[in-house]
Design a protein. Structure first.
Length: 317
């Protein structure tokens, strides 16, 4: 009696379709003894209507019926994605190869000849219901997995959106590159800097390779070549991080930056997060302070010379 239960512990439901009342009653008596839930339909149209309202777990389908034969019913079920996976056992008094081939081509999973042997019928039904149960389990599993993947994808998109918003809000040029030097992500301030310096096309992430641009600089861009080497050391794991200060002057503005490169994770080779922090204000203040100190030193020196000169004049007098 276990065979009547599906994987979800639900009693399997079987629809018997036959235009002969006696055939329906005989098949019902055979299967009811196994504990299955039985429904009956006397023609193809009635069967399709019942299946549309409440799909069974298996259909025992007679071939030779008026108006709509079993082949037509089987094709209709297999053409519908909602009923595609319902197993069909075709039953007929026809016992020739062509009849069986027509049934299989219509989509039937199995074939029985009349008069039906009870033991054979029960074994074939039990086997197909097991396959149906596993197919249903797989379908549910795929749906669950799909739901989980969609939920995880939404979480990742929200995380990426949050990360992007956070990066854009920081007053620092931020870029993340893979071990080859290709961009993975950049923030809005970096994009703006790239556009202002003619480095970016419409698709910034595929416009150029970070390391290639640094390598392309000649002697006058020694800072860029130093940066490229420092980043490669971080990628290879030779260095835990790379720091440097550099000037980035344009015809209308003098700017200084601190660059830091650090691995995103502990893998080798590692993706690297690169930040460029504008230290122009600090450098200008330092320059101004040095200039002021220089002027004060010169003033003190001039004052000392004047004092010594006055002392000399006093002695002469």
């Amino acid at each position: 009696m276990k065979d009547r239960l599906l994987l979800d512990d639900r009693v399997a439901r079987i629809l018997i379709v036959d235009d002969e009342l006696l055939n329906r009653q005989v098949a019902e008596a055979m299967l009811a003894r196994e504990g299955y839930e039985i429904s009956l339909a006397e023609n193809g149209a009635e069967a399709l209507a019942m299946i549309a309202m409440d799909p069974p777990d298996l259909v025992l389908l007679d071939i030779m019926m008026p108006d709509m034969d079993g082949y037509t019913v089987a094709r209709r079920l297999k053409e519908n994605s909602e009923t595609l996976h319902i197993p069909i056992i075709m039953v007929s008094a026809l016992n020739d190869h062509e009849a069986r081939m027509l049934g299989l081509r219509a989509g039937a999973e199995d074939f029985l000849s009349k008069p039906v042997d009870r033991a054979e019928l029960c074994v074939r039904v039990a086997n197909l219901l097991k396959l149906k149960a596993y197919a249903d389990f797989y379908t549910r599993y795929c749906e669950t997995l799909k739901t989980e993947v969609n939920a995880r994808t939404m979480q990742l998109r929200e995380s990426e959106s949050f990360l992007g918003s956070t990066m854009d809000a920081l007053p620092v040029h931020i870029s993340i590159i893979n071990p080859n030097g290709d961009f993975i992500a950049v923030n809005e301030l970096w994009k703006q800097f790239a556009r202002e310096n003619g480095l970016a096309s419409e698709d910034l992430l595929t416009a150029f390779n970070y390391l290639d641009v640094c390598d392309a600089c000649q002697d006058e861009c020694s800072d860029a070549q130093m940066a490229a080497q420092g980043i490669r050391n971080v990628i290879s794991g030779t260095s835990e991080e790379f720091l440097m200060e550099y000037a980035c002057h344009s015809p209308t503005q003098k700017r200084w930056f601190t660059m830091r490169a650090a691995p995103v994770d502990k893998t080798t080779p590692a993706s690297v997060i690169i930040t460029h922090f504008n230290i122009t204000e600090r450098r200008n203040m330092e320059t101004e302070l040095l200039h002021k100190q220089k002027l004060e030193s010169m003033g003190q020196l001039a004052g000392g010379v004047a004092h010594d000169f006055n002392n000399i004049l006093t002695v002469i007098k």
